[in-house]
Design a protein around this ligand. Structure first.
Ligand code: IMP
Length: 164
């Protein structure tokens, strides 16, 4: 993925915008494989007080209403810049659809999405990442930045939590 981004933006500068907190580890590995003049920014979201209990989230995912709230905006203008939004996992697509609108309002020169993981079977919004690490089935995964009730983000591997 790093090579692809390097090729696609050769001769240009880019901003990686990581989605907190899950994308932090992926962003740090991805950015080190991109041979371009790059800067970092971060954006944060949380669900609107309707995040299900961890066990419910494990069973049916986090998509009750898709209402997300910005907890941290980017620190700089994205106007006329090449922006690569970095996300841990594209699931229903609700979060990325919301965030893409926010960044689009800055009028960037280019806006691309890089997702480590993609669960296409769960999609509720028609949104696709431009760069995808791995397509995975509908399993709940943790590790390498991904959490279950804030835990397991520091596992070095991506692991499936069994639902039964
Ligand atoms: P979406 O809005 O449904 O696409 O969900 C995106 C967010 O849900 C991700 O950034 C993760 O924080 C969370 N998420 C979705 N699936 C998983 C999973 O399997 N493990 C951990 N978090 C997940």
């Amino acid at each position: 993925m790093g090579d692809e981004i390097t090729r696609d933006f050769r001769g240009e500068t880019i901003i990686f915008v990581g989605v907190l907190k899950g994308a932090a580890i992926f962003l740090s590995d991805l950015a080190r494989r991109v041979e371009l003049d790059a800067t970092f920014d971060f954006i944060g979201v949380s669900s609107y007080g309707n995040r299900p209990s961890p066990s419910q989230e494990l069973l049916s995912g986090w998509d009750s209403t898709g209402e997300v709230r910005l907890t941290k905006d980017v620190d700089q203008s994205m106007r006329d810049r090449n922006v690569i939004m970095v996300e841990d996992i594209l699931d229903t697509g609700l979060t990325m659809t919301y965030l893409r609108k926010i960044i689009q309002a800055h009028q960037p020169r280019a806006l691309k999405i890089a997702a480590l993981l993609d669960k296409p079977s769960r999609r509720k919004q028609a949104i696709e990442a431009d760069y995808v690490g791995f397509k995975i089935p509908d399993e709940f995964v943790v590790g390498y930045g991904l959490d279950y009730a804030e835990r397991y983000r520091n596992l070095p591997d991506i692991c499936v939590i069994p639902r039964n």
